[in-house]
Structures are given as structure tokens and as C-alpha cells.
Design a protein. Sequence first.
Length: 403
Amino acid sequence: MDAPGGDGLGPLAGVKVVDISNFLAGPLVSMFLGDFGADVVKVERPDSGDELRYWGHDKNGVGLMYKLVNRNKRSVTADLRTPLGVEIVKRLIRDADILVENYRKGTLERWGLGYDVLSAINPGLVMVRVTGFGQTGPNSHRPGFGTLAEGYAGYAYITGYPDRPPLLPSFGLADDTSGLMGAFLAMVALQEKHRSGRGQVIDFAIYEPLLTLLGPQVVDYDQLGLVQERNGSRLPFTAPRNTYRTRDDRWVSISGSAQSTFERMCDALEVPELKDDPRFLDNRLRIQNAPALDAALQAAIERFDRDALIALFDTFGAAVAPCYDIAEIFADPHMQARENIVAVDDAELGGPIRMQNVVGRMSRTPGRIRHAGPPLGASNREVLVERLGFDPAELEAAGLKLD
């Protein structure tokens, strides 16, 4: 929904993005840019398109994950291994601001689409290169996906329980964080371009944003020689922090990061004696005695049903949140009020599709979802013929559909 007085174009209106990436990390970069009004043209293989079209669940043969990740984009088809496909990309980047790619190191250069070639056409082009291990270093030649990055960055090692194997996340965490980082870095490069008039290459590996987000592990190891081990939902730097089961067999997440928060929690649960227990007097003592603290809190919490517990914590100003499944997220009145999930009309699916809304509310120029991910090649005629000037007969002879 546009803010009052907004023009509906979004703060990135006029920014042109060419997305030749596949799967998840690269397309998420351009999704975040498109959410705020950038004009995103996604280039896909003529035969099958981005393989993300076949990830996850589908409805009537239409991939639902693709609909989310490639919202607000136009789809054109081109085989980048052919001279025609190379020429399509070259024409697209003539007036583009950003190119997003996530092919293995050396692939674009082999096709004749390296930055040296493209920047000669458009010196202001910003190229975002997302790969598993980056463009430099002894592992740069290796293929890489988010799953590998989640292990390589150290995330999996610390996730799970001490007596069980490392756990990978049940969603594309490394890819998702790379999408956010890539969009941020693209905006940084565009800001610099306003000063210098020149583009540049952004090179980052999928594991690198996740490595940064893992918190104090690096400084703790550097200064103290500490290696963080798996410890369930507990954190090594604050306590209490865990999930707890309520009387009605539901779950809540609780954190007592601040001393006042911990004390209000004890008051709400009618266990004020925990505040004066010498094991729990401050955060560092609570970390040392986290198992005993969790046991005491669990015993207190399981006397309440979940909704009653949350209402009680609200009364005392203590921090708690339910551990929702997706059905509960849909039904939550706060998320409804914030419009965290919105319905988008989609002709291919024959009706609306609901998906996560744009994150962040800008008071004058908000982002918005204009449409879900498009059918393969839906903008071939509009972009390739009307905008780039290709001969329709040449395109059709190469197997590119125009209607």
C-alpha cells in the first residue's frame, strides 16, 4: 500500500537492474531491489527458465517459491551460451545500473560477458557477483550453495544439541542473508557512483554474511581461545534464553537479556526467589548456571496455558513471544495489522497469492509488491523487441517465444 502523498513509484524508481542469476541468493538480491521500485529484468534459459521454478511446492505446475522470490520482475529468455544471448545481455546493460550474477568463477568470462567487456559498454555498471566461495582464494573454483555455506561459515557446528549432530537450518538461511547483503552492497556502490560516475565489481561469497552474523565467536576465539559448542537454544552470552513448553503443550520463546527483564519475568511467574538466588544474581552467573535456571523456569511456566502466560507477561512488562507455526502466523492479529502478509493477484494461478510483504515502512516512498513472479519469457516482446530493438524473426528462429 502506498503511503499518503506517495507517487507509488518507490524510492528506487529509475534504477535499472539486470538479473542473470539463478536459484536463490542472486535472485533475492534483485527481489529486495525490486521491492522498492527498481526496474528488474530477469534473464532465464529459454527452455526451462530458472531452476527455482521447480524448487519446493507447486500449484497446477506453477512453482510457488519462484512466485515469491521473483516478484516485481520481468522475465525474458536468452541462452547466454550463444551469440544471441550474449548480445541480449550487452544491450540490456547499456543503460543498466546493476547486473546481478551468481555463476561459477570464470563462467561469464568464458561466455564473453566479463566485467571488462560490460564496463567498456557501460562504465557506470555495478556488477554484483555472488558465488559460493568468492572470486579469489584457493576455494574460489568450487561450486557453492547455501547448504555448504551454512557448514563452512560455522553455523551448523553450533546449531543443535551437544549429543547430536550439527543441524542445518530448515530454510535457505545463507542464501537469504546473501540476498540482503547483496542488495545493501549494490546500494553502497550506487551511492559511490553518484560521486565518481563509475561502476565497480562487488565480489562476496555466500558464507561471508553468515560468518559475520555469527556474533562474538571470532573475537572470543582470538582473545580467549574459546570454541562455541552446540547447546540447544541457549546462548553463550545471555541467560535465560530458551524455548519453554506451556501447560497446553504449546511453546514460547523467552529471553531475559536485561536484568530488569529477568526480574519482571520472575515476578510474573510468581517465583521471586529466583531473583535472590546466588546462582542467578547477574547475567554471567545465570550463564554459568543456565541448566538449573531453565529447569526452574520450565517448572513455573508449565503451570500456565500459552495465551494466559503471554497475557500475564504483558501485565508485568516481561518479554515473551509464542513459537508460531505458519498457520498461527496467518491468524495473528498483530501481523494482520502490520500487513506482514499480503495478497497479490496472479493470473497464472487464477487468483490471489499471499506472500511475505516488503520489510520496512518508509513514510513517503514505501516499497510494494506490484506482481508475483512472472511466467517464463512473459516480457520477451516488450523488452527484447520494443525496448532493445531485436528482430522478432531472429528471436523466434532462436526459439524465444514472443507471445
